[in-house]
Design a binder for this molecule. Structure first.
Ligand SMILES: Nc1ncnc2c1ncn2[C@@H]1O[C@H](COP(=O)(O)OP(=O)(O)OP(=O)(O)O)[C@@H](O)[C@H]1O
Ligand SMILES: [Mg+2]
Length: 254
């Protein structure tokens, strides 16, 4: 892979949970993601997907190992990384009392983008996600999927080199999810943006992601192109690969 944008080396994260209790959310993860890739992180609830993203954007410090984004260390050089990456968080993060447009423009403002430019980008993004008519409503009255669309638009407004999207299409209706996927495909193919996303929708992974990483109990148990993994594990589809690796059922028995 030429031009590696994200790299981790034996990356581990342990959460202390009181006396002698701890959770290993990431367990010696080694990963490389190249420029322009759409990389899908999949795994069961609690596998460590969100933790990995949070470490890569500097919201959590690793317990062990190292990680680099755009060639810079996520602990030492986070000030370099922050303005160059966008995060769509899995939960919260939206400003309930601001309108849809204000959410987008305010977030972009934090990245130092001029306001007139932000409004131009917001026009386009609000059109794309279908919220133009609702742009001046406070988002606290929005449905879950509508809030998600605002967060997607907000993450995209800064046109960053790297996008971390934690369940971008969760809660978004079929048509909206397609629109988001098409937008992400375009960002990767035409503009060489690097995209790391998590999802529980394996069809989405097959359609959208160049490569996928399967996390289970903090361990990266497989990485590769969806088709390569199907071949390697002699599985009919990605779901069979996933189920087999996570539960040991089916094609992996015997
Ligand atoms: N801030 C925290 N404090 C303590 N434990 C945490 C914290 N964040 C995550 N964990 C634990 O780390 C593990 C991995 O959680 P994480 O949120 O990364 O999973 P996930 O793969 O994103 O799951 P999901 O599919 O449900 O979003 C879980 O056991 C979780 O309970
Ligand atoms: Mg998560």
């Amino acid at each position: 892979m030429d031009d590696i944008v994200i790299r981790t080396e034996n990356l581990s994260k342990i959460f202390e949970k009181g006396k002698k209790k701890e959770v290993t959310a990431l367990d010696h993860v080694n990963l490389e993601i190249g420029r322009g890739e759409v990389f899908g992180l999949i795994g069961p609830n609690g596998a460590g997907k969100t933790t990995l993203i949070r470490v890569l954007v500097g919201l959590l410090t690793p317990t062990e190992g190292q990680a680099w984004v755009l060639g810079k260390n996520v602990v030492e050089d986070i000030d370099y990384i922050r303005p160059r990456v966008a995060l769509l968080p899995q939960e919260a993060g939206i400003y309930e009392r601001l309108t849809a447009r204000e959410n987008i423009v305010y977030y972009g403002g934090l990245y130092g983008i001029p306001e007139d430019e932000l409004h131009r980008r917001a026009d386009r993004l609000l059109d794309i996600v279908g919220l133009r008519e609702k742009e001046d409503y406070q988002v606290k009255g929005f449905s879950g999927g509508m809030k998600r669309k605002v967060l997607v638009a907000r993450a995209l407004v800064i046109e960053p080199e790297v996008l971390f999207l934690d369940e971008p299409t969760t809660g978004i209706d079929t048509i909206g999810a397609r629109v988001v996927r098409n937008l992400l495909k375009k960002l990767s193919s035409e503009e060489k943006r690097t995209i790391v996303l998590t999802t529980h929708d394996l069809n989405e992974v097959s359609e959208l992601c160049h490569r996928v990483g399967i996390l289970n109990e903090g361990r990266l148990v497989a990485t590769g192109k969806p088709s390569e993994l199907e071949e390697k594990y002699k599985a009919a589809n990605l779901e069979e690969v996933f189920t087999g690796l996570v539960t040991g059922e089916g094609v992996f028995e015997g």
